[in-house]
Design a binder for this molecule. Structure first.
Ligand code: SF4
Length: 677
């Protein structure tokens, strides 16, 4: 044997030896895993009648590719116990399984294709026919979604579901497992597919709900195991010897960073053990804990991207473009012209990012939540006001050093004088809106509150506000449905009721008409009818603002009227029969805006559309009864419709867009503006 052959043989022997060592090492690791899995199965099955389908699935080496989301709500732990048991089984046969309490889950996720393939719900019903507190938000969200006529009925076509209800048949067929039944109806309506028949667990006397759960689980596991979408699981060699790490591998990580219920949480506590055997699910006391926050992490991210400064769990501020413009001496907004606000001292804010409408022209691109009632945690009004001002001031501070910012205005801007409650969402549904307005006034901040007129009860409760608005986006139910896309079925009745309530208020009242060409500019008579009904003191006519392409709206620049068209509309409206008390008073060409005022505000032949803000605060602080005419101020000439300035404050510097010549008349159309109200 020559030297070369000898070296090759040695190398080959070395490789074989190394291979044997590796094999033994990995076999030892796999044995540890197998030992743990078998022990775990044994423990789980002792006395529980569990089905060992998971072990069977491991033997075949196949795990379903389905992404499974298990949700539960639970007052005493019964459904949590069942959900946990199922979770432990499923993670042996499926690649991705997560388990969450409903109130820790962002429901919008199931609407996204690719997030969840199978949604398993454990839904208890209490004696009032409702879910537990921690399940209420999800339950209402699903109900809202299924009722929302704007939502495509195929929205959840990508989703399979399986539901186990828990209840007590002694409460009668109407209430028994009502939550599970309703959830199923909603899911079906949105085209989700039932993977296995819904199980209605009956805790009533003589029933064995454990048996029902086992049957439900068996059906489910069989259906998942039989799903065509399976793949070869990772080789055992990939598993580390450390058991805690092995458990991590068996279940996918939580993509929202929330703790996922895992091996440590498996054993039922005494309380849940008791509960699982008890027949008292339907009569458990409902606690007030676990109320969800309005802003989910996903929503927060999306709104922050759009420049909102969010604080607490449902509020935000944004710096308006007119605030910035006036800080630089480049003119104020239309409210500066019509009511004398100081735009550089205006704070644009909302105490509720949720709304009951999805208006086609909403420049927020509908990233805010939609709801018919308040169902979230509530931040205190004192907290809101402090944080609103702090965040607003921070944004003002960010204007430091920006070319053109006037020193004196910049310093004054640190103390806001006005609050425009029209940023996004529906401010009136904030449960403490009355107190919040009072706190603004205490700080000598005037309030401009805009509502979509869908919440008559809350409207009734608004006491003092500097100026109260209703957005009148259409003059008849069909057009309102098309434009505002309200979520309530009785949206028109609500709208009219709010108008009636507004009429009874003594404060300054305004109808705001946002004109969308070819959509809502023709029905003059119908608008006049609404105006006669509500008798607002002012009517703002504005051209819609184009907010760029949006999947959620068909609006294009063709729908944006020119300023002359807006002006023409205002004059024509005042000529309709029944409109004799109104007249166009002010104009702000820059915003395609005309203010129609009630002739009562023409005092001694001069318009008084402006507000005496100091007087307003004096009156509020005095506690005396007062009305809108007690704090009026004379409107300057440059604001009037016939003025040469066309509403542009002559004390400001007019900056013309690139390509536009000074003094040259061009048709004006309202384009996208990052802010404004
Ligand atoms: S938020 Fe509204 S009122 Fe305030 S400055 Fe901007 S446009 Fe004017």
């Amino acid at each position: 044997m020559d030297l070369t052959t000898f070296v090759i043989i040695c190398l080959l022997l070395g490789l074989v030896y190394h291979g044997i060592l590796q094999y033994q090492k990995q076999k030892a690791r796999a044995d540890v895993i197998q030992y743990w899995l078998d022990e775990h199965d044994k423990k789980q099955n002792e006395g529980s009648g569990d089905i060992n389908t998971g072990k069977q699935a491991r033997t075949t080496g196949k795990r379903a590719k389905m992404r499974i989301q298990i949700l539960f709500s639970s007052q005493r732990g019964t459904s949590k116990t069942y959900a946990t048991k199922l979770f432990q089984q499923l993670k042996k046969i499926a690649k991705s399984v997560t388990l969450r309490n409903m109130n820790k889950f962002d429901p919008e996720r199931i609407t996204q294709q690719g997030h969840t393939d199978l949604l398993i719900i454990f839904a208890p019903t209490y004696d009032n026919g409702l879910p537990s507190d921690d399940g209420r938000a999800f339950y209402e969200w699903l109900d809202d979604l299924s009722l929302d006529f704007r939502v495509h009925k195929n929205m959840l076509h990508h989703l399979n579901y399986a539901i186990m209800g828990l209840g007590d048949s002694a409460f009668g067929p109407e209430r028994f497992c009502q939550v599970a039944k309703k959830m199923e109806r909603c899911l079906k309506k949105l085209s989700a597919t039932s993977l296995v028949p819904t199980e209605l667990g009956d805790n009533g006397a003589g029933n064995d709900v454990n048996k029902q759960f086992n049957a439900f689980r068996e059906r489910l596991i069989n259906a998942i195991s039989a799903s065509p979408d399976t793949h070869q699981s990772k080789s055992r060699d990939d598993h580390p010897t450390d058991i805690s790490k092995a458990v991590e591998i068996l279940s996918d990580s939580d993509d929202e960073g929330e703790p996922m219920l895992d091996i440590e949480d498996m054993a039922p506590t005494d309380e849940t053990k008791h509960s699982a055997d008890s027949s008292s699910t339907d009569v458990a006391q409902i606690s007030t804990e676990d109320v969800p926050e309005m802003l989910t992490p996903l929503l927060r991210k999306s709104l922050e991207k759009q420049g909102y400064k969010l604080f607490g769990s449902h509020s935000g501020v944004k710096l308006c473009r007119w605030t910035k413009a006036m800080l630089r001496g480049r003119g104020g907004c239309y409210k500066h012209t019509a009511y004398g606000i100081t735009s550089y001292r205006c704070m644009e804010m909302t105490p509720s990012l949720a709304c009951a409408s999805k208006c086609v022209f909403c420049w927020r691109h509908h990233s805010n939540p939609v709801a018919r009632s308040w169902k979230w945690k509530v931040d205190e009004p004192e907290f809101l006001i402090q944080n609103a001002v702090e965040n607003h001031v921070k944004m003002i501070n960010s204007m430091r050093g920006v070319p053109g910012v006037q020193k004196e205005r910049f310093e004054e801007a640190f103390v806001p004088k006005h609050c425009a409650l029209s940023l996004v969402g529906e401010p009136i549904i904030y449960p403490h809106i009355g107190k919040f307005l009072n706190l603004l006034h205490e700080k000598n901040i005037s309030s401009f509150l805009v509502t979509n007129a869908q919440f008559p009860e809350q409207m009734e409760n608004v006491d003092k506000v500097t100026q109260l608005y209703i957005s009148v986006d259409a003059s008849n139910p069909e057009a309102l449905k098309k434009i505002d896309r309200p979520i309530f079925e009785d949206y028109w009745e609500r709208f009219l009721e709010c108008i009636d309530i507004m009429k009874r208020k003594k404060m300054r009242t305004v109808f705001r008409l946002t004109l969308v060409k070819s959509w809502n500019m023709n029905e003059m008579r119908e608008y006049a009818e609404l105006i006669k009904r509500g008798e607002p003191m002012f009517i703002e006519i504005k051209g819609v603002t184009y907010c760029g392409n949006s999947k959620s709206s068909d609006l294009t620049m063709k729908n944006v009227p020119f300023h002359e068209e807006v002006k023409d509309f205002a004059f024509k409206l005042c000529q309709v029969e029944g409109m004799e008390d109104y007249e166009p008073a002010c104009i702000h060409e820059h915003s395609c805006f005309v203010l129609i005022a009630h002739k009562n505000f023409r005092i001694n032949g001069e318009w008084h559309t402006w507000i005496d803000y100091e007087r307003f605060h004096e009156l509020v602080h005095s506690g005396e009864d007062f009305d809108a005419f007690d704090y009026v101020a004379k409107t300057p000439e440059w604001c009037l419709i016939e003025s040469e300035e066309q509403g542009f404050d002559p004390a400001e510097e007019r900056v013309y867009r690139k390509g536009k010549k000074k003094g040259k008349k061009e048709p004006v159309q309202q384009e996208y503006s990052a802010g404004g109200c």
